[in-house]
Design a binder for this molecule. Structure first.
Ligand SMILES: *Cc1c(COP(=O)(O)O)cnc(C)c1O
Length: 423
């Protein structure tokens, strides 16, 4: 991959015609080292957040050599770029063929499940293997996540004890519990609360667990969503773990996706047309901007203008803009608001930051677009949970009003919300 010092250097050197993904491997390395330092257990990277080979290779170089995978293509990817790495097949619904191939061809021993039927499938597809590590995925009630991940997967609390017992009896290897508090979790105590729920299920089942896997959900920074310190999250997990009745060798695992990669990529996109407050770009919701369109996240932006040595970063009086992507679909719309200099014009370049997680991973080829080239840059991310940049993304005054709205929208309604406001 070609390397530039900054995105501006890329614009200076060759005004790119197509969108360019800007990769910052050093930022992934810093996040990986932070988790290994501070998290008192094993760190599995959730590959789906960003399956780029440079991410996997950087993680391995930085000491993260365990991966949470959900499909055979993800397993093949990890096998190719991180030979010998440990993989956990954490999708609770897998085909028999996928289970057999994962076990037989790729050496996967850890499998998640949330039903008796899936447990049976795992046992049969591995030919009654006795060296399995079985992880029961629990549904937990968690507050503060911006994306719920308990709607689709996880065994309900009244059914959990029977499944835990069945899993315990099914293997002479290890058995554990996992959950996911939801992605972009804004509330560190959600982990401790979820671990208390896991504890109740374990006690009712009367089993011992060898692994407590607290899943993903560790947040990054977006306009209007500045989370507490990352240290508060590991503290909450430590407290939750201390309150569980587990044996001395019980392992603590986590599966961060977003937190390891969000800061590490941005997209350089070109303005093809300006129509009042609408900017038509060469990247959009079918490219790297899925969350900007479908969850309406207002990602941070920077503006570059000009060619060759004249290219420069532009600031100046800001105005709110919305973006349209290149496809002919009217869903290809990112409402923002994105605050950019009011004199923005066709041919300008916009860098959209904090897109390393669930950004490039979502790219499609729809309508002939979506093929982004990747280059390496070594400037700082637009914001950082790991001390590489400020923790907040500065917003104009009007945007701060919007920020309060976003935070309010992301809070769960009902009693829990009320209780929190009192604190
Ligand atoms: C998506 C996913 C993760 C990663 O979640 P983040 O919110 O990106 O940290 C971890 N574990 C499982 C099982 C997942 O499905």
């Amino acid at each position: 991959m070609h390397t530039y010092h900054t995105p501006l250097d890329l614009v200076r050197e060759r005004s790119p015609e197509r969108p360019v993904a800007l990769a910052r491997p050093d930022v992934v390395a810093t996040a990986a080292r932070w988790f290994q330092d501070k998290f008192q257990g094993d760190v599995f990277y959730a590959v789906k957040a960003n399956p780029s080979p440079w991410v996997i290779e950087t993680l391995v170089k930085s000491g993260v050599n365990s991966f949470d995978v959900a499909s055979i293509p993800e397993i093949e990817l990890v096998a190719a770029h991180a030979p010998g790495a440990r993989m956990a097949f954490m999708h609770p619904v897998k085909s028999r063929r996928a289970i057999a191939d994962a076990y037989g061809r790729y050496g996967v021993r850890t499998f998640a499940l949330d039903t008796h039927e899936e447990l049976q499938k795992i046992l049969e597809a591995t030919g009654g293997a006795t060296d399995l590590t079985l992880i029961v995925r629990l549904a937990v009630q968690a507050e503060g996540a911006s994306y719920s991940l308990s709607g689709k997967f996880g065994v309900a609390s009244h059914e959990a004890p029977a499944l835990l017992l069945a899993a315990r009896r099914a293997t002479t290897g290890k058995m554990g519990v996992s959950f996911h508090v939801g992605s972009q979790c804004m509330r560190p105590t959600a982990y401790q609360a979820a671990m208390a729920q896991a504890q109740r299920a374990i006690v009712r089942a009367g089993v011992m667990v060898d692994i407590v896997d607290v899943g993903g959900g560790f947040p990054s920074i977006y306009p209007g969503m500045v989370p507490p310190d990352m240290g508060d999250y590991v503290d909450s997990i430590q407290r939750g773990f201390a309150e569980m009745s587990v044996h001395e060798e019980t392992e603590l695992w986590c599966e961060p996706g977003r937190a390891l990669v969000a800061e590490a990529s941005s997209i350089l996109t070109k303005v093809e047309l300006k129509k009042a407050d609408a900017l038509y770009l060469n990247d959009g919701s079918y490219g790297s901007l899925f969350d900007a369109a479908h969850v309406k996240w207002p990602f941070p932006v920077k503006l570059y203008r000009g060619e060759g040595a004249d290219a420069h970063e532009v600031d100046g009086p800001l105005k709110p803009f919305r973006f349209y992507g290149p496809t002919c679909d009217s869903l290809d719309h990112m409402p923002g608001p994105f605050w950019l200099p009011e004199d923005i014009q066709e041919g300008d370049y916009i860098e959209i930051g904090m897109l390393g997680a669930y950004g490039v991973a979502m790219n499609t080829r729809f309508n002939g677009f979506g093929d982004a080239e990747t280059v390496v840059v070594d400037d700082a991310p637009m914001a950082s949970m790991f001390g590489l940049a400020g923790r907040s993304i500065r917003l104009p005054r009007e945007e701060q009003a919007e920020e309060r709205k976003v935070v309010r929208l992301s809070r769960p309604k009902g009693a829990a919300g009320k209780k929190r406001r009192k604190r």
